[in-house]
Design a protein around this ligand. Sequence first.
Ligand code: SF4
Length: 304
Amino acid sequence: MSYVFGPVPSRRLGRSLGVDLVPFKMCTYDCIYCQLGCTTDKSLERQPFVPADKVLEEIKEKIALKPDYITLSGSGEPTLYTGIGDIIEGIRAFTDIPIALITNGSLLWKKEVRQAIANAHLIIPSLDAGNTLMFNAVNRNHPDISFEQMLDGLIALRDDFTGTIWLEVFILSGYTADIAEVKQMAACAKRIRPDRIQLNTVTRPPAEEFAMTVNQAQLEEMCQYFEPEAEVIADFREVHNQTDFTTTRDAVEEMLQRRPCSIDDITTGLHIHRHEALKHLQELLADKRIEMVRTVNRIFYRTC
Ligand code: SF4
């Protein structure tokens, strides 16, 4: 099993070497906008999912590719992995490449989680709602995490963590794209005191059809309500250098010319990580070279 993928191009992190620390869709949330699909295993139980020594070995092999960041993220919520602190310490022992952690922030109220991630260089937590109603509707959180608990964790992170925090605020049409909701999220963000606030929205096929995007102009208008003023990071038109990938976009398109495929068909057929496949698919969709077909419980892609 491969725990490390890329480097893949990332608008915020340059060439990012991804590290996948949890089984596919093992998460504390089941966000309606999740690009990985619906959560199959909603849990709060932290576990030693992967062998830390093997993950570190793989990272060590890949750092010759000189990524800009080593990014702990992947196919679910990475703080559910009990060995995350060992991974961070292990990476720091052999390289100076900065370590970024992308987390939904739902477990930061646990002191042991904040301690484990204390030596990352950059933490990018999420805030997708400014109140319980929206939190439940957008994140479809595990019932044992309350909105207040999640928010307290994010506030405590700033008190403990000496590295950089970029707060990602996800905006959804029909949910949080309303100015009253934005103001509530802005009030929460002010209490969290991140170094930067970044607004994002749906740009890849979401878990649920009703999770809808907002346009760039709307997002830019919302930036002013945040302090510090937010920036838009939604990648409405991602086009990356082919050499940034380990496989080519043409290979993905050729596969879809033969037959419609799900994301699993593509990752298995081309032996690439889901995140790399998603980036290619997004670009092919933007170029209108392929289209997405949603069935009852699966999403397929096919050439137009
Ligand atoms: S927290 Fe991330 S991985 Fe989990 S459901 Fe939400 S978007 Fe998907």
